[in-house]
Design a protein around this ligand. Sequence first.
Ligand code: PHB
Length: 400
Amino acid sequence: MTMTRLRFMALAASLSLGVALAAGGLPQSAAAAADRAVKIGLILPITGPFASTGAEELAGVKQYMADHGKTVAGRTIELVVKDDTGSPNETKRIAQELVTSGGVNVLMGFGLTPLAFATAPIATQAKVPMVVTAAATSSVTEKSPYIVRTSFVTPQGAYTMGDWAAKNGMKSAVTLVTDYAPGIEEQDWFVKAFETGGGKVVEQLKVPLKNPDFAPFLQRVADDKPDAVFVFVPAGVGAQFMKQFRERGLDKSGIRLIGTGDIVDDQFLNSMGDVALGVVTARDYTAAHDSEINRKFVKAFEAANDGMRPNFMAVGGYDGMALVYHALEKTKGDASGPKLIEAMKGLSWESPRGPISIDPKTRDIVQNIYINKVEKKDGQLYSVTMDTVKAVKDPAKAAK
Ligand code: PHB
């Protein structure tokens, strides 16, 4: 018997089994549902200026599936990956297509805040959970009752850093941030914490999102001579910033470079060179995080991705998948939007970044924020944790 004929017979047998089950008491829809895959539409900037975020996120999602299998609560997980190139119009168009003709049960990804903002109304209208694994502006989760976040919230890091800087001998600072929602929010929350702690912010600089040239802004910093410069640039832009910081001689100026983890993005940290040594940042994840589960994660991730080091975007993707798996376990495989979103609220688990949970009221992530300092370990640059602030909720929502 040929292989083709064997396959045909197996297919015929499985088809008739489905019919028999449906005819034998089980409602037809339940029999069909048991067969149906849970479809996850993952929308990321795979190409374009933020492609590094897409690469990390996709690898994180795939790593979770490699570690935990492709079946959960009796349902197969099917991933549909789409490239939005980082353009909000594209993200929106793709999301619309995925929830209508694509039949996805979950939307996931969103590499930048404007991309999440553009998609939120679609999640609400379609009643499809939208798992934000990157975009970090506080208000993202308020744009739809169907949004849940597994990345981080910009005020978590910015507030923690401002507080730490004021308590650790820095009296004056300049802020230098990318001029869009998460950057402005980082600036505001850093200033709030730093000045509450007795520090003084002497200048607030904003750099364009598109094709940034840091040189004129770095000149201002050099002229101001503050104790510290607090910097935010989105993931993928850190290496370019560091290059200009060194070229302008700011690494020799005595001005401390501090920020959130975006400027020492683990994907590029090693290529930045010694200019990064001593930089202090606040963030939920560093590849050097000291836990058994993280050591296993980093090893498997690097092996699967030609040595690429996981950064905070990778764990956002990894935990986005963890969230869907845990929620499906809770609903016993029911992937209807309203049931799934309810199941996601209040979940908690151990991530490669440490213990995390989803605040049932805000649907936002609660997690440790680590104060890290770049050091050399075995000839490689790593952000090594000096201090931990436990179970940090989004300070912006707590203030409302
Ligand atoms: C954002 O657009 O929300 C965003 C992107 C990259 C980051 C941080 C925030 O590293």
